[in-house]
Design a protein around this ligand. Structure first.
Ligand code: AGP
Length: 609
């Protein structure tokens, strides 16, 4: 959640660092700070609130210097405040540190340091790092850092300055992301790629327990035993524009509109119009491997978990292998039954979600084969899975996931069909239908996006609702879960997704006059059943917004408003049904005046428990 930027080079550091922090604002934060090393030592300015507060403070007292670190904090230990903001320093201000992650043993370290006379001014876990560095410093900051991290438990990405080593920017990571930017006029550290993109596309991707010793001219990477680590340069294919808004009012709308391209990009190289196979060479799931697999866990958080629910349906329906859909934060602590005959598929847009990473590591500890479906190339989860399927959604900046969700769905369809084909469950004729329908999804989405103004009007009509039900059956229920999450995330309207057939077992008691019910009825095989459920709630006063397919005009007998989807094979309509849901949530949020891209309380990448 926190954002780190560091710079050492020829230029004044303060403006470079501030601009870098701004590119990380999407990660969510509540305070920010900067430390600049200049000839007179290390100067720190930090403040609660938005980055503009920090800019104001810097404008009052500009600090000259070409070496610095900066930070945006998403509070975990200690309330948002000036004192709890980063950077933190030792008492003599000869060392400064910024941190992303959680030091799990900070209380015992704090007590140990207090016994040695150290005084603390903040409530944070990070401050123990500043004092430990002080304790271990005997003239070499790298040795001090190694001594420090040997005492730390938990997750950290650290940027460190030392007064007595005025040309060095030191960094290390464990479980929290950190990249090294190789620039022409200096070098960088950052929590995420957008922070350095305007300066360089050449990066080193630090792995756990690797330490980077960075000067204006040189970048040395060593391990905890001070052995040199050779790293390949990772070249970013994203340009800055693709990480900017490209003229849209919000990143979220830009990313919704990008989905036709994203779907095409994710399919590209894997499914061709004239090919009778799916190319998934990147994940080794051939028949020999699959015949050993007797159980599949699919594990994720949030929106990615809603894709897991779709994936469970697809794999069981097409490949006839049992699938357990798991929320990562539960999976990691419930001692699941895992062995070498288990396949664990983790899904994560950021590739840094702490709970999902922990679930992956648990699976690997127990010998499972692991596959990741991840959007951020080189992310920790991507690097630790046995095999990785990269969704090519590009940088997703808005906190509410949209295009990454659609890309993950495409991945699920490809993987599910691929597994089914390996097991001989898909005939040539069925594959042709599958291939042609999937390749047409991009155009189907374009068609739905043309209804944007109608969807905006519907959103305006229902934006004052206080409670909303999303209901559906089968894949429509899986989609309903995502529609409900989107609405909650950015409109702050309470919402629940429910299996349509389950309402009568209790929840229907909540339906009263004008309760909005969004009915997802795109599965032709279940249409009549869902229609009956909509009649049940209509009879109790509900307002109904239905999402269905062209040709099902009879739904107007019960619905107050209807959004029609282009016809496609029923098993693909879940991808399409989500597009209107995204737009409904987006326009309601805009019309309600909320911060669409950075909704309250949320972060883009939840890298702590
Ligand atoms: C989705 O809109 C949310 N921002 C959130 O639920 C997110 O999907 C979840 O935190 C998982 O993130 P990941 O895909 O990066 O692992």
């Amino acid at each position: 959640m926190c954002g780190i930027v560091g710079y050492v080079g020829k230029k004044q550091a303060d403006s470079i660092l501030i601009e870098g922090l701004k590119k990380l604002e999407y990660r969510g934060y509540d305070s920010s700070g900067i430390a600049i090393h200049n000839l007179s030592g290390i100067k720190i300015i930090k403040t609660n609130g938005r980055i503009k507060n920090l800019e104001q403070r810097i404008s009052e007292k500009r600090i000259e210097g070409c070496l610095g670190i900066a930070h945006t904090r998403w509070a975990t230990h200690g309330k948002p405040s000036d004192e709890n903001s980063h950077p933190h320093s030792n008492k003599s201000s000869t060392i400064a540190v910024v941190h992303n992650g959680i030091i799990e043993n900070y209380m015992e370290l704090k007590e140990k340091l207090k016994e040695q006379g150290y005084e603390f001014i903040s409530e944070t876990d990070t401050e123990v790092v500043a004092h430990l560095l002080d304790l271990h410093y005997k003239g070499n900051i790298v040795d001090a850092l190694i001594g420090t991290i040997k005492e730390l438990k938990g997750s950290y990405a650290l940027g460190v300055l030392c007064k007595d080593e005025p040309d060095k920017l030191i960094s290390v990571r464990k479980d929290s992301p950190l990249i090294i930017g190789i620039g022409k006029e200096g070098n960088f550290i950052a929590s995420d790629i957008p922070a350095v993109l305007e300066h360089t596309k050449d990066l080193y991707l630090l792995s756990d327990n690797e330490i980077a010793i960075i000067t204006e001219q040189n970048i040395e990477i060593i391990d905890i035993n001070k052995n040199k680590v050779d790293k390949e340069i990772f070249k970013v294919t994203w340009d800055l524009v693709s990480a900017e808004k490209a003229g849209y009012e919000h990143f979220m709308l830009k990313e919704i509109e990008e989905q036709p391209k994203v779907v095409k990009d994710t399919l590209y190289q894997r499914l061709k119009p004239d090919s009778n196979k799916i190319n998934l060479d990147e994940i080794n799931l051939d028949k020999e491997v699959l015949d050993k697999i007797n159980k599949i866990y699919m594990v994720a958080c949030g929106t990615a978990y809603n894709v897991v629910v779709v994936g469970k349906y697809l794999i069981e329906r097409l490949a006839r292998i049992p699938v357990v859909a798991e929320v990562a934060s539960e999976f990691r602590y419930r001692d699941p039954i895992i062995d070498s005959d288990t396949l664990v598929i983790v899904i994560s847009q950021s590739g840094e979600t702490a709970d999902t990473l922990a679930a992956l590591r648990l699976a690997k500890e127990h010998g499972a084969r692991t596959i990741g479906i991840v959007n951020v190339v080189g992310s920790t989860i991507a690097r630790e899975c046995d095999d990785i399927f990269y969704t090519l959604a590009g940088p997703e900046i808005a906190v509410a996931s949209t295009k990454a969700y659609s890309a993950q769905l495409i991945a699920m369809y490809l993987v599910s069909c691929y597994i089914a084909m390996q097991k001989g469950y898909i005939s040539d004729e069925e594959f042709t239908m599958f291939r042609n329908s999937l390749l047409n999804i991009s155009d189907n989405i374009k068609q739905i996006l043309k209804d944007e103004n109608k969807i905006k009007e519907i959103s305006n009509k229902y934006k004052e609702c206080s409670n909303v039900f999303y209901i559906g059956r089968g894949l429509d229920y899986a989609v309903a879960k995502e529609g409900s999450l989107k609405l909650k995330e950015i409109t702050y309207i309470h919402s629940e997704a429910y299996e349509a057939g389950e309402l009568k077992h209790g929840p229907i008691a909540l339906i009263h006059d004008n309760t909005l019910v969004v009915g997802i009825a795109t599965d032709e095989n279940l249409f009549e059943k869902t229609m009956n459920n909509l009649k049940e709630v209509k009879a109790r006063g509900a307002k109904i917004l239905a999402i269905t397919i062209l040709g099902k005009e009879e739904i107007m007998d019960v619905a107050d408003d209807v959004i029609y989807l282009p016809k496609t094979e029923w098993i693909f309509t879940s991808i399409l049904a989500n597009i209107p849901q995204q737009l409904i949530a987006y326009y309601m949020s805009v019309l309600l005046g909320h911060d669409v891209d950075k909704p309250r309380n949320l972060a883009k990448s939840v890298t702590v428990e």
